[in-house]
Design a protein around this ligand. Structure first.
Ligand code: ADP
Ligand code: MG
Length: 304
């Protein structure tokens, strides 16, 4: 189990994280979310032992994770961290980068392992290409493969799919998270993509104002976001008087009701249209099967 107690940290005078506490069971996947600058990357770096804490402590099982004051080499052996900078070796091939930390003692097993890792990150056709000739997204995939090569007990991923295009992202995400679950590798992922969280995280932590604003399962927080920040992470939403937060898909056009609105704009979203309407001077959003004409008077009802 990873145990974080009362962690407080500042780079300079301004605190970045204050009294952070949480625990992660072995094999569990936790997503850290929060606005840009909320301290997600800093938290991952601290978990990796990159900096000395101002207060608090971090334990993996019974081993304390300590900062550079106590360690010559940053990062415990059982842990891997994939930063957004990748840190690859540009002049050797993808396969060589992935195999760089694997033992040469069993060459056949090593080649098998590299092949398996290339499959996880879907880079088989690029095995013999030099890393310098890859795109940003491809480099990001090499970095992920390299981090899981020696099967860490725990992996820290900082916005792991940020450079990867939508064509590849969905299948890569499934294949990586499935692999980590199968191998019982604990995973902490900093992300601003709800897709990383909804289907693949057991728990989520929301950072705001230097603190953990809320934590819970994605199901709990999706159903009861409690505040605008959490709701906006998941979906388009409205804040309605006396009714609180109502997602756009919970608001429906009906034949009669006392919520009367005027259509302002329709946005095509694929499976549905997102309709922007005026409800007593307040802008609201709801989903509808077709686009609606601007100026149309409609009635709305809430399906909770
Ligand atoms: P996030 O990953 O959520 O976008 P970061 O952890 O990168 O947030 O940053 C949190 C805060 O710490 C920001 O205000 C950022 O400017 C500051 N910060 C990050 N790295 C450094 C650094 N090396 N030195 C000083 N301040 C930093
Ligand atoms: Mg970051």
């Amino acid at each position: 189990m990873l145990q974080v107690n009362n962690l407080t940290f500042q780079y300079k005078k301004q605190p970045v994280l204050k009294n952070i506490g949480f625990s992660v069971k072995a094999g569990e996947h936790v997503a850290v979310i929060g606005e840009s600058g909320s301290g997600k990357s800093t938290l991952l770096k601290l978990l990796y032992g990159t900096y000395n804490l101002n207060e608090g402590d971090i334990f993996w099982k019974d081993q304390q994770i300590l900062g550079p004051k106590h360690n010559l080499i940053i990062g415990p052996e059982y842990m891997k961290y994939v930063s957004q900078e990748f840190d690859l070796m540009p002049f050797i091939t993808v396969a060589e980068n992935i195999g760089a930390f694997l033992s040469n003692f069993y060459p056949e097993e090593k080649q098998e392992r590299i092949k398996e890792l290339l499959e996880v990150v879907e880079l088989q056709p690029y095995a013999h290409i030099k890393v310098k000739d890859l795109s940003g997204g491809q480099k990001q995939r090499v970095a992920i493969a390299r981090a899981i090569a020696k099967q860490p007990e725990i992996i820290l991923l900082d916005e792991p799919f940020s450079h990867i295009d939508n064509f590849k992202k969905q299948s890569l995400r499934r294949s990586l998270f499935k692999y980590l679950k199968e191998k019982n590798i604990t995973c902490i992922v900093a992300t601003h993509d709800k897709e990383d969280v909804l289907s693949f995280s057991d728990k989520m932590i929301v950072l705001h104002d230097n603190k953990i604003m809320v934590k819970g399962t994605p199901q709990q927080l999706y159903k009861n976001p409690g505040n605008k920040l959490v709701a906006s992470f998941f979906d388009e939403f409205n804040e309605l008087e006396n009714l609180g937060i109502v997602y756009a898909h919970q608001l429906k056009k009906v034949n009669t009701s006392n919520l009367k609105a005027i259509v302002k704009q329709s946005y095509f979203k694929g499976q549905y249209y997102l309709i922007e309407a005026d409800l007593n001077g307040k802008t609201v959003f709801f989903e509808h099967g077709t686009g609606l004409e601007k100026g149309l008077s409609i009635c709305l009802s809430i399906l909770k």
